[in-house]
Write a protein that binds this ligand. Sequence first.
Ligand code: C5P
Length: 201
Amino acid sequence: MIFTVAIDGPAAAGKGTIAKALAAHFGFAHLDTGLLYRATGRRVMDGEAPVAAAENLAADDLARTDLRTGDVGKAASEVAAVPEVRAALLQFQKAFARREGGAVLDGRDIGTVICPKAEVKLFVTASDERRAQRRHRELVQADPSLTVDQVLADLKERDARDAARDAAPMKAADDALLLDTTDLAIDAAVAQAVEAVGKAL
Ligand code: C5P
């Protein structure tokens, strides 16, 4: 069975949690496409040119444990605006989306560019403040001096760059189901996503 669930939305809205839960529930494979850009950004921070970094990406890069920091997120969003970087990562994502057995991909351009014919498209959002609180909770363990306001400023800068770029900007596909998780517990958000996928299967 070929079946793709495309999940897009801004940082820390809950895409990853929903994607993982859907994959587990339906037995689909999951690809966090942000990791591809983070791993590319990480290689650029280590001195490689952006397009070469994307072309040379290997499984080891994706397994690095230092990809979740704010600095890497910023580097990811910078390389993600380069059309040739996106082109280098395109085929892998398209093939993953149409693999046998079903796939869930989360990112910014899955429903618009990577898999415009995805059987289910979700666009997951939440208020800036709620997203900053969530991301702060994740990052503060590694960096106790980090404030919610700093995280909020970083998220806003990154979202603005992701939405304004010419190459595959972050936006909801016309046929995406909008899921606002500002005041929705994660279980409830997952339940809505499971229902949407179950109806389309
Ligand atoms: O989702 P995550 O925060 O890990 O993504 C890091 C960055 O990678 C995003 O800010 C965005 O610039 C880029 N990205 C993208 N397209 C995707 C996934 C991520 O441009 N499909």
